[in-house]
Design a protein. Structure first.
Lengths: 213, 246
């Protein structure tokens, strides 16, 4: 097993790096998009609510692989050229953002109506009330389920393997194919994913405890 | 006297339920008005329309010179002058006592920090909460939270404060502390509208009493006269139930 690592060190490292890169980009942007659509879904204007509902319904209910394939095969043909890595990262971002939107929306809804009424009666605008009162409380509640989404996101980045995204899973397929050491290779790749997901889970739990104080 | 709140033929529906029926009411500056009546009569709805928490369906509702029914009215501008104290306090759970009082003056009135802190401390001292400024709402009793909520309203320097059953969620021994603070507010000349079950407060502190039932104002009188000689049968029944409880 050790030999597989030493012989393919470069490939593993490239894959590891691309998985980190894809996950980081997708995490940041899915969080931004998720919070944005959650806010749109709870805001008074009906138009925004409908848009958010449609967005969430689409990206939450189609398999991740299909979304990625749309960006890999269809979008480049008609709109803009995308590499496998780009298509995969965009697909993963949109897919995850729909789940984050639902998580954050549930968090916002769990904050009692009284907090908003208190803030509005105190003269704050809707946006001020959201920013200073509702969202800070909602985000605190949402940290544990958000941690789940983030860990899922890192694991789901393996979808890049299907579109030549040069991530860990893609490299694993190549190595397994060339060495015939399928089991060992995938065990090694599993360990690489653990290097990412365990600290992430730990950090989210740490954040949860810190904010609970 | 100029009217600071004026209802002209106001109607309010919840679906098919006719909650406010053709309300006509004028409240002058500096008045302390108690609204009493059976539960479900619409008195909470009535007070919640006064700062736009509940929209009205028809009629005119003019508060501090602006018509709430007019879509062009900036509701936030009115709310700067109209505070509200709730049955369940609604303090900001993610902020300390001091922050609760200082937040709106800071971001809404853009009051400078030094002055803001001074005013906040002054009111917190007045309501007897100066030693709890770094506590969070969940660490306080109901009575303490309500006194902070009143300080939070006062810090905005409002013309009117609406009280929606401010003592109904409190333990009996806490009620007097809150009523004491409310008497202080009344002495400041701030217009008060108080939905309450505290007949002592309604009688002694307020200078006007409204008996509300089934979406109507049944009586609108001097509190002493009302309690001694209610005009309507409905008010007599209501009072007899309350007094037999004591």
């Amino acid at each position: 097993m050790w030999q597989i690592i030493t012989n393919n060190w470069g490939a593993f490292l490239t894959g590891f790096w691309n998985t980190i890169l894809c996950s980081t980009i997708a995490l940041v942007f899915s969080l931004i998009l998720g919070v944005f659509f959650a806010l749109l879904e709870v805001a008074p204007p009906k138009f925004g609510r409908v848009i958010a509902k449609i967005y969430i319904a689409i990206f939450r209910n189609i398999p991740l692989l299909v979304i990625v394939m749309i960006f890999y095969l269809i979008v480049p043909r008609y709109i803009v050229k995308l590499s496998g890595f780009q298509a995969g990262t965009i697909g993963l971002t949109l897919y995850t953002s729909a789940f984050i939107a639902e998580t954050v929306r549930a968090g916002i809804n769990s904050i009692g109506e009284g907090q908003m009424e208190g803030a509005r009666s105190n003269g704050m605008t809707y946006v001020q009330a959201m920013r200073y009162i509702i969202l800070p409380q909602a985000m605190k509640i949402v940290i544990p389920p958000l941690g789940n989404q983030f860990v899922n996101l890192v694991k789901n980045s393996s979808v890049l393997a299907f579109v030549a995204g040069f991530d860990l899973m893609y490299q694993a397929q190549l190595i397994a194919f060339s060495t015939f050491q399928t089991i060992d290779t995938y065990i090694i790749v599993g360990l690489f994913y653990l290097i990412l997901t365990l600290p992430l889970s730990y950090y989210m739990r740490h954040l949860e405890k810190k904010l609970a104080k | 006297m100029t009217a600071i709140i004026e209802f002209k033929h106001v109607d309010k529906y919840y679906g098919k339920l006719h909650a406010l029926k053709d309300i006509n009411l004028k409240i002058d500056e500096g008045q302390v008005v108690s609204i009493i009546g059976p539960s479900g009569s619409g008195k909470s709805t009535l007070i919640r329309t006064m700062n736009g928490l509940e929209p009205i369906n028809s009629g005119q509702l003019i508060v501090t010179g602006h018509d709430l029914a007019d879509k062009k009215t900036d509701i936030n501008k009115i709310r700067k002058n109209v505070g509200m104290v709730f049955q369940h306090f609604n303090l900001y759970n993610n902020h300390t006592v001091l922050e609760n009082v200082m937040l709106a003056p800071k971001i809404v009135l853009k009051r400078p920090d030094d002055e803001n802190r001074k005013i906040a401390m002054q009111y917190l001292e007045r309501v007897g909460m100066a030693d709890k400024i770094n506590s969070y709402p969940r660490q306080l009793s109901g009575g303490q939270q309500q006194r902070v909520a009143i300080a939070r309203s006062l810090a905005m320097d409002p013309k009117v404060i609406l009280f929606d059953e401010p003592t109904s969620a409190l333990d009996p021994e806490m009620i007097e502390d809150v009523l004491e603070v409310m008497r202080y507010v009344a002495e400041q000349g701030i217009t008060m509208v108080v939905v309450t079950h505290e007949m002592g407060f309604a009688r002694k502190v307020s200078n006007r009493l409204i008996f509300f039932d089934q979406g109507h104002i049944l009586e609108d009188r001097d509190p002493g006269e009302f309690f001694d000689h209610p005009n309507t049968e409905r008010a007599r029944q209501f009072l007899s139930k309350i007094i037999s409880k004591d």
